[in-house]
Write a protein that binds this ligand. Structure first.
Ligand code: NAG
Ligand code: NAG
Length: 462
């Protein structure tokens, strides 16, 4: 009788244990940005200050988003191309009136730890790959933010979103519009009114907010009301969490001074010789000095259409991380043909991939040069833990297992040896499962990521 009770309880715990793919305490919240409006062929490059964001001293575990319409439908990239969304951290004046935020002299940006001085300040940022790129940070790591002790008095920590989207319904040249070809946008000056250089064929200077890409003659369609829907996962801060630093490395970074990151670059079409030899790959290489080292916990590259992979190497040539784009092969959101719909990520076993203080890293970005590409990017995000990883105690439900086991054995002793045998068997099974669980804990969390669908808990409008 007691054995039966034990077995029932054990199977309940086993089931419970295998189904909880996230560590306990992870909170999930989904938000909507303020709306933006797009006519066919139009560009939106918006900045939203003080966006909804989890409050308090927390460790962010993941951040992802996608473009949806006012009915909540996911919008495919061939209709609204998501060039990028970027989330930056800053300190804003506590009692500032709405709008004052836009005065950049009144806010204090909190940059990531990366090497570019004037660009790429964000904590998170993705583009077309946003729907299928893993951003989960495994335990015990997290991006620790919201510590009130770090905020200057009179300020509070806030977040801003920069969103750059290009509507390509009815355009004459989808790739050209998404690569911001200046001729398709019929612009001669950039956003600041400066003349665009004749040798600048395409890139961000030609597809700024409210510019218009060339449409097919007579094409008409509705203006769309769109949002960035973004989901943040986090845990409350606790001493056991090991903070990671965010580094964003840029392939155009010459590493030579204050304004060394151009962020975008151009891929020239290969010549006939290269085409004959099947060598239509453009490889860019840059070397960058990391001021501080540590353990690489996560890595991912950001590339545009045509991207063929990116890799990061240590000073001695050892491979630190490779990130490869995956292209869609259909029409539906998340699987759009010819678009990068996801980037592969690196989850090294903690402690196994280290970089030293002052180490020179080599970054490589490959693109197909079967055709010209303008305004492409070669970024590499790395999360680095400077502290050593603390030893993790057994998960809570394992402690529960053990006390239950003790109870079962006690009961069994009273009712006979048969039950001791049963309890011992269960005990062995528990321990081996526990060992398996510990062994797989790290990988399991990483791979589980894609399988978990997040319930929409709350939707906030700005
Ligand atoms: C391009 O811009 C010029 C002025 O800058 C304007 O006169 C012309 O109509 C535009 N062409 C198209 C196709 O929009
Ligand atoms: C980049 O391209 C070069 C040359 O084709 C190749 O040797 C290298 O393995 C590629 N690296 C990645 C990360 O794709």
């Amino acid at each position: 009788m007691h054995t039966e009770v034990c077995l029932v309880l054990f199977s309940f715990l086993f089931l419970h244990n295998t189904e909880s793919l996230r560590p306990p305490g992870v909170k999930t919240e989904t938000f909507l940005s303020a709306p933006f409006y797009l006519k066919p062929g139009q560009v939106a490059n918006k900045y939203y200050y003080n966006i909804p964001y989890p409050k308090g001293h927390i460790a962010v575990k993941s951040f992802n988003g996608e473009v949806v319409d006012e009915y909540g439908n996911s919008i495919p990239l061939h209709e609204t191309y998501l060039h990028h969304w970027i989330v930056e951290r800053y300190y804003g004046l506590k009692d500032s009136a709405p709008g004052v935020e836009n005065d950049l002299s009144k806010i204090i940006l909190v940059r990531n730890s990366g090497l570019c001085k004037h660009t790429l300040k964000q904590y998170y940022g993705l583009g077309s790959e946003t729907r299928k790129t893993d951003t989960w940070i495994p335990d015990p790591y997290g991006i620790v933010v919201g510590n009130p002790e770090e905020v200057p008095s009179g300020y509070e920590e806030r977040w801003l979103l920069n969103l750059h989207a290009i509507d390509t319904r009815g355009v004459t040249d989808r790739l050209g519009c998404t690569e911001c070809r200046c001729n398709l946008y019929n612009v001669t000056v950039d956003e600041d009114g400066d003349k665009i250089q004749a040798n600048y064929i395409g890139g961000l200077n030609c597809c700024y907010d409210e510019t218009q890409c060339k449409l097919r003659e007579g094409f008409e369609s509705v203006t769309r009301k769109l949002f960035l829907k973004y989901t943040v996962e986090w845990v409350e801060w606790e001493p056991r969490i090991v903070p990671v630093k965010v580094y964003i490395l840029d392939i155009t970074d010459t590493g030579t001074g204050s304004d060394s990151c151009n962020v975008e670059y151009e891929v020239k079409e290969c010549n006939s010789e290269e085409r004959k030899n099947g060598d239509c790959i453009d490889t860019q290489i840059t070397r960058l000095v990391m001021p501080h080292g540590g353990d690489i916990i996560y890595g991912v590259a950001h590339q545009h259409s045509g991207g063929a992979g990116s890799a990061l190497y240590g000073q001695d040539g050892r491979l630190l991380c490779t990130s490869i784009p995956s292209y869609g092969n259909g029409k539906e959101a998340g699987n759009e043909e010819n678009y990068i719909v996801g980037m592969s990520t690196c989850y090294p076993k903690p402690g196994s991939v280290k970089i030293a203080d002052g180490e020179t890293l080599t970054l490589i970005s490959n693109y197909s040069s079967n055709q010209m590409h303008t305004g492409v990017m070669g970024l590499f995000y790395v999360l680095v833990a400077e502290e050593d990883r603390p030893l993790l105690g057994p998960p809570k439900n394992m402690i529960c297992f053990n006390s239950l086991l003790t109870w079962c054995i006690e009961m069994s002793v009273k009712t006979g040896a048969v039950f001791i045998a049963g309890a011992t068997l269960i005990s062995i099974a528990t321990m081996s499962l526990y060992k398996l669980h510990r062994k797989n804990q790290y990988e399991a969390l990483a791979t589980a990521r894609g399988m978990v669908s997040h319930p929409k808990k709350r939707i906030h409008y700005v």
